[in-house]
Design a protein around this ligand. Structure first.
Ligand SMILES: [Zn+2]
Ligand SMILES: [Zn+2]
Length: 134
């Protein structure tokens, strides 16, 4: 009993430091661990290598509805998400997705390995639509 309270009050004790570390950083560590994952694109079958940020297929840009907030993997929907539009802001592409199952719209930053032709065709579709509905 005496031993345990000593351990808890000594900040140089490695067990104590570890407890403090777990207390302050557990959520971050769990989220980081959860987001690194390989997956097979269920639109085109491409084997996607996860790098911790990957949330869509770099070949066809399809995504899966797994997040409520980006990276949290808390959505139970698991529907197929397809790109419907794209924005180019601050030297970065933002892809707009719609979930074919529940109709949710979400915006995701394009990854450096994304198929450039697919990104460009999305910008062309967007331009064409903008001209049509002006
Ligand atoms: Zn794909
Ligand atoms: Zn959904």
């Amino acid at each position: 009993m005496q031993k345990a309270s000593n351990r808890g009050s000594n900040p140089r004790n490695p067990v104590f430091s570890k407890l403090i570390l777990n207390f302050y950083f557990p959520i971050k560590l769990i989220m980081f661990k959860k987001t690194i994952e390989d997956f097979t694109c269920f639109n085109c079958g491409f084997k996607v290598k996860g790098n911790g940020f990957t949330d869509h297929c770099p070949k066809c840009l399809a995504s899966k509805h797994v997040d409520i907030e980006p990276g949290d993997r808390l959505s139970k929907c698991r529907g197929l998400m397809l790109p419907i539009s794209i924005d180019y802001l601050k030297h970065e592409f933002t892809i707009v997705y719609i979930c074919l199952k529940c109709g949710s719209i979400k915006r995701v930053s394009a990854a450096p390995e994304d198929d450039k032709q697919k990104l460009e065709s999305l910008t062309r579709v967007k331009k064409a639509l903008n001209n049509k509905f002006k």
